[in-house]
Structures are given as structure tokens and as C-alpha cells.
Design a protein around this ligand. Structure first.
Ligand code: CP
Ligand code: NVA
Length: 307
């Protein structure tokens, strides 16, 4: 594993190794055991979009690993004024030991990786959010002990979260139902492959999707960058909500996940979110532990020779 650009690049073993290390790092952190595994190393964090969880979990994670993190808003660095991605990649590779990037186009992340000599981590694009799904998988395993026989549903927009959940479900052999309005389906190539392999069922019926599920997941109707569509989306997504009626279609011990931030009254009710705050905020905390595992896997080895 050289980079983390999208979840489907990782094998089942690579994901399992990350989750096992994340569990170990979480245990060590909770017990005050220091793990300076990235001493002297620096992570650059390029942000073209807002963030609470991703920024704070990567920054504190690097500190806890004995390294440091630099917050690089594209409002402040030359990338935001048109310096090419390929030049930014080669310059930052000289200073840093790894880069986390949150931006719009997946192709920019792929280009950054192809010109850099250091690991690149995708901290969210319009296409996917692999770090989030690693934390989600960690949380599911924590609460349900296993992925075996787990039935999951995602209600809402076929967005970056839906795409990465599909990739995770296929690799870990989880049964995933997605309920979304017509015209808002996830990436068609991912849908085709996951449907053919028997991992994914796509429907417009929220209750059918939630039926007998162990895990219910949702995300905002309008993602970052889609603010202008928010009003139209409110109409198109009406009914695509996790509420108590939808919960009653799922298994009685079903857990609820949300990547956050949540829009109460839209994709989830306040009642359901608060009733499942235990797992939702554990999921948020697990961002840090899962990402620390990714950072160790990618950055513990000596830096590659410049090319
Ligand atoms: N879930 C998530 O990525 O949150 P932030 O946008 O706050 O980083
Ligand atoms: N789909 C959301 C996820 C936020 C973590 C967005 O892209 O804004």
C-alpha cells in the first residue's frame, strides 16, 4: 500500500490489517500508552473544503504518533492561485513525509499521487471518502463483533459516502441496500460491479432497504459544493430520512451511523440521532484511530528516494 486514494484499491487483508492496528492504537491511547511511531515526520493537510473531524483527527493523530501536521488551506497556498498540482506534488514531496488532501476532483488526488514521492491520503473528494469508511467499518466491528452476516443500508444521496460504502461492502462481503431517489444513484461502475457480485441492492423504497438491517447509515442531502442545489434537493429527497418508522423496519438491535455533520429534520430525525449518539460519536472518534493506523502503515517506512 503506497497511498490511500480510494477504498477499492485496498485488499481485504489490507483493510483488516488497518482495522486491527486501529483497535490496538485505540487501546494504547485509552490506556495512556505512548506510540511515537512517526517521530520527526510531518503530514501536510491540503483543504479546499471545510472540515471539523478530518482536520482535527489527522492533526491530533499525527501529534500522538510523535510527528506533526501542517494545515494548508488552498485559500493560502499557491495551489489555490493556479500553481499546478504536479508542481505542488514535487515541491511538497521535498519537505513532507505524507499529504492528506480534501478537494473536489478525484483526478486531482490521483495526479498528486502520480507526481509525489510521498504517500497521499484522500481526505474526501466528490467521488469518495475512504478514511470515513475505514472508521465506519471499525465501528461496525466494535459494536457487532464481526462483518459476517451483517446487513447494512444507506439512505439518501448516492454521493461520496455511498460510493465508499459500496467499495467497503464488496471487499468485506457485507450486504448493502441503498435507497436513493431516481437520478441520485451512486457511481454507475461501482453500482454495476457490486450488483453483479450480489453485494448491492439499489431501491427507491426506504423501508425495503431498511428491512432486517443491522446497520443504518445516512449522510446529508446536499454535499459540500452542492449548496446551490440545496433547495431542489430538499424536495427531491423528501422521505429519504432515517426516522423512528424506518427504524422499526430494521432489526431491533440495529445501530445507526452518520459520518456527520448531520442535518436534523432532513436525512435523520433528532430523535433517532440522539437515541444512537453512542455509536455515532464513537464512529466520529474512530476517525482518529483508523487514520492513525493508515498513517503508520504509509509513513512508518523510510521516505522513498527522490525521483
Ligand atoms: N465526516 C467528516 O469527514 O467530517 P468533516 O467534514 O468535519 O471532516
Ligand atoms: N457527503 C458529505 C460528506 C461530509 C463528510 C460531503 O461531501 O459534504
Amino acid at each position: 500500500m503506497e497511498h490511500l486514494l480510494k477504498l477499492q484499491d485496498l485488499s481485504r487483508k489490507e483493510i483488516t490489517d488497518i482495522l486491527n492496528l486501529a483497535d490496538q492504537l485505540k487501546f494504547e491511547h485509552r490506556h495512556g500508552i505512548m506510540h511515537n511511531r512517526l517521530q520527526g515526520k510531518t503530514l501536510g493537510m491540503i483543504f479546499s473544503k471545510s472540515s471539523t473531524r478530518t482536520r482535527v483527527s489527522f492533526e491530533t493523530g499525527m501529534f500522538q504518533l510523535g510527528g506533526m501536521a501542517l494545515f494548508l488551506s488552498t485559500n493560502d497556498i499557491q495551489l489555490g492561485r493556479g500553481e499546478p498540482v504536479k508542481d505542488t506534488a514535487r515541491v511538497l514531496s521535498r519537505f513532507l513525509d505524507g499529504i492528506m488532501i480534501r478537494t473536489f476532483k478525484q483526478s486531482d488526488v490521483e495526479e498528486l499521487a502520480s507526481y509525489s514521492t510521498i504517500p497521499i491520503i484522500n481526505g474526501l473528494t466528490d467521488y469518495c471518502h475512504p478514511c470515513q469508511v475505514l472508521a465506519d467499518l471499525m465501528t461496525i466491528r466494535e459494536f457487532k463483533d464481526t462483518f459476517k452476516g451483517i446487513k447494512m443500508c444507506f439512505v439518501g444521496d448516492g454521493n461520496n459516502m455511498a460510493n465508499s460504502l459500496i467499495a467497503g461492502a464488496v471487499t468485506l462481503d457485507i450486504k448493502l441496500n441503498i435507497a436513493c431517489p431516481k437520478g441520485y444513484e451512486p457511481d454507475s461502475a461501482l453500482v454495476k460491479a457490486a450488483t453483479e457480485s450480489g453485494h448491492l441492492t439499489l431501491t427507491e423504497d426506504v423501508f425495503e432497504a431498511a428491512k432486517d438491517c443491522d446497520v443504518l447509515y445516512t449522510d446529508v442531502w446536499a454535499s459540500m459544493g452542492q449548496e446551490a442545489e440545496a433547495e431542489r434537493r430538499k424536495k427531491d429527497f423528501a422521505g429519504f430520512q432515517i426516522n423512528s418508522a424506518v427504524m422499526s423496519a430494521a432489526k431491533p438491535d440495529a445501530m445507526v451511523l452518520h459520518c456527520l455533520p448531520a442535518h436534523r429534520g432532513e436525512e435523520i430525525t433528532d430523535e433517532v440521532l440522539e437515541a444512537h449518539a453512542k455509536e455515532i460519536f464513537e464512529q466520529a472518534e474512530n476517525r482518529m484511530h483508523a487514520q492513525k493506523a493508515v498513517l503508520v502503515k504509509l509513513m512508518e517506512k523510510p521516505k522513498a528516494v527522490y525521483r
